[in-house]
Design a protein around this ligand. Structure first.
Ligand SMILES: [Zn+2]
Ligand SMILES: [Zn+2]
Length: 236
């Protein structure tokens, strides 16, 4: 038995605590109650923009940002909005470096895909590469950890090193949409291997969509047939 499968099997036999409520669960996952709460839309929550997963103003079919500037990606699946209580899962992975949160978030994205509609067959999963500073700070790339969990969860191929950073981006935190967009242009290059394939770009959080758009642009320029974005959380 491959080591990774053996590891997962062992983990599934060991009792863990649900990271949100502390209930005893089998393996690194949320308890069924927390998982259902996170994946269910809040009562009365408007539907999401099909392209970027932003919550829509009632009665509109697409968000103003996607109408204003066409995006390179066709669809975004977001498991939950980046707000309490689910945002804690992202913080545990990124700020506390709890790697066991990566498969938890991957499971939620897989469940969101089952909830929202299937991906094109044989889609290639490609994580957004981390910047050098954040790699140094965290010692890992959260997007790559989630993509690895998702590849195992969905039995899909994982493209490592497909996307490369061409330069270091200025820190995006606190910037407005236009500044983030300018900062992300030309950020990525594609090393190849995507010709004619559908690619799913994996990231932890989507804020304005500028990073995902730059990644999708590089993949399409390298011949990808289409790009979907998969994120654990969408900034509302
Ligand atoms: Zn729970
Ligand atoms: Zn949109």
């Amino acid at each position: 038995m491959p080591l990774q499968r053996l590891g997962r099997l062992l983990l599934s036999r060991i009792g863990c605590d649900c990271p949100l409520c502390g209930a005893r669960v089998a393996g690194a996952r949320l308890c069924p109650g927390c998982e259902a709460d996170i994946l269910a839309a809040e009562p009365g929550a408007p539907p999401r923009c099909p392209r970027c997963a932003l919550r829509l103003v009632r009665g509109t079919a697409c968000c103003a940002a996607c109408l204003g500037v066409p995006r390179s990606f066709a669809r975004t699946v977001a498991a939950f909005d980046y707000q309490p209580p689910a945002d804690a899962l992202i913080l545990m992975l990124k700020a506390q470096r709890r790697l066991s949160m990566a498969p938890v978030l991957a499971r939620l994205i897989a469940a969101a895909i089952a909830r929202d509609g299937p991906l094109p067959p044989d889609v290639l999963l490609v994580p957004v590469p981390a910047g050098r500073a954040s790699l140094r700070r965290r010692g890992m790339n959260p997007a790559a950890e989630i993509a690895r969990g998702l590849a195992a969860e969905l039995a899909l191929p994982l493209g490592r090193g497909v996307l490369l950073r061409r330069r270091e981006a200025p820190r995006q935190t606190g910037k407005n949409r236009q500044a983030r967009r300018r900062g992300a242009v030309g950020l990525f290059a594609c090393a190849g291997g995507v010709q004619g394939r559908h690619v799913a770009v994996v990231d932890d959080v989507m804020t304005t969509g500028s990073t995902a758009d730059a990644a999708a642009g590089a993949l399409l320029a390298a011949g990808a047939a289409g790009v979907t974005v998969l994120v654990a959380a969408r900034t509302p």
